[in-house]
Design a protein around this ligand. Structure first.
Ligand code: NAI
Ligand code: MG
Length: 347
């Protein structure tokens, strides 16, 4: 068989880490007799500077014909005034996630034995965050009146639909049901955000009826940040909205020793469009072009991609090679390509 893969390397360290992910991916699927067909797309901040294009409709239509998308990172250096704030995020990245209906933003968090955690007593950390990806405060449902005056009024209204909440909550329960601890934690703030919060709470209670084997509890988002630092082993599957999930998953990456290891999937579970897999980190302009970036997050994103497409044997082999590599790291500096080579060699 063939995987028809779209590749968006992006800006900064994006192309560097994607090169390593492709190296490992190609070798792992070739061993299973699978052909990896790649189509590369130039998108991102550099592309916008050169052409003024964010995500043209023809490119979006072309991306729809692929089986999956492997994405590096996009974005200019903070303080680069040539690029208006938000244009790449809203008109490219969020447009991709919304247009391709990536309603499950999956972010696993796991602490490997030898990786330092900033926590004194991290315990066992092995949970996933199922972040809603197409609704919430990120939909652009707002505006500004009297902009730039002392009387400015700005709104950014969170959008939550019964349809959107239910499908992501059901996904979280399905994933919990397949895991050992079978536990879902809803994170929200329903004591003050009562309209959206109560919709989420009622939905969790209703969907839980379909999964008697899965236990569930609830945390306000502020309390969740405390427990993520003081007792992260309590979490198994967290389900939450787009904004809370964005913030919590950066914290989740930090407690497991870093952004260089954190993978994510933007998943359309109905398979009406290709899903997109990307490291959680950004384009890291401070280390770009120096072969200093850790490609592990990009490689683990390729594992999520293979799992989504059903190539679970290849996924488990890459995962095992990554774990073996991470467990033997001694803190010595290795180049981006040296890490990719070592993981590819260990397959
Ligand atoms: P960042 O994640 O790019 O970098 C934060 C820090 O982590 C930097 O010190 C960087 O060197 C380090 N870092 C990141 N990835 C690493 C890796 N693989 N190995 C080793 N160190 C790594 O976040 P920042 O600096 O806030 O954003 C830079 C640009 O990236 C901005 O334009 C931002 O908008 C964009 N961005 C894009 C994302 C995406 O494409 N999904 C996500 C986050 C930020
Ligand atoms: Mg984020």
């Amino acid at each position: 068989s063939t995987i028809n893969l779209a590749v968006i390397p992006g800006d900064g360290i994006g192309p560097e880490v994607i090169a390593e992910a492709l190296k490992v991916l190609e070798k792992a699927v070739a061993a299973e007799g699978v052909v990896l067909e790649q189509t590369h797309y130039q998108l991102g901040a550099e592309h916008w500077l050169a052409t003024g294009e964010t995500l043209p409709d023809e490119v979006l239509a072309d991306l729809r014909t692929r089986d999956a998308i492997l994405f590096g990172a996009v974005g200019a250096a903070p303080g680069d005034t040539r690029i208006p704030s938000g244009i790449i995020e809203r008109e490219m990245l969020l447009k991709l996630r919304f247009s391709l209906d990536h309603y499950v933003n999956l972010r696993p968090s796991r602490l490997y034995g030898t990786v330092g955690s900033p926590l004194a007593n991290p315990g066992t950390i092995d949970f996933i965050v199922v972040r809603e990806g197409t609704e919430g405060p990120y939909v652009g449902n707002g505006g500004s009146l009297r902009t730039g005056t002392p009387h400015e009024v700005a709104t950014e209204v969170s959008l939550n639909t019964a349809y959107g909440v239910e499908r992501v909550v059901r996904d979280a329960f399905r994933r919990a049901s397949a895991r050992e601890r079978k536990h879902v934690t809803l994170v929200h703030k329903h004591n003050v955000l009562v309209y959206a919060g109560h919709l989420w709470k009622r939905t969790v209670e209703a969907v839980a009826q379909e999964f008697p084997e899965v236990t569930h509890d609830y945390l306000h988002v502020d309390a969740a940040t405390i427990f993520m630092v003081t007792d992260p082993s309590r979490f198994d599957v967290i389900v939450t909205d787009n904004l809370f999930g964005d913030i919590l998953t950066d914290l989740a990456a930090a407690i497991t020793g870093g952004i260089g290891l954190a993978a994510s999937g933007n998943i359309n579970m109905d398979r009406t469009a290709p899903s997109m897999f990307e490291p959680v980190h950004g384009s890291a302009p401070d280390i770009a072009g120096q072969q200093k970036a850790d490609p592990t997050a990009a490689i683990l994103s390729a594992v999520l991609l293979l799992d989504h497409l059903g190539y679970t044997a290849a996924a488990r082999r890459i995962e095992a090679a990554v774990i073996a590599d991470v467990e033997t790291r001694d803190g010595g500096a290795r180049s981006t390509s040296a890490v990719g080579d070592a993981i590819a060699a260990a397959l």
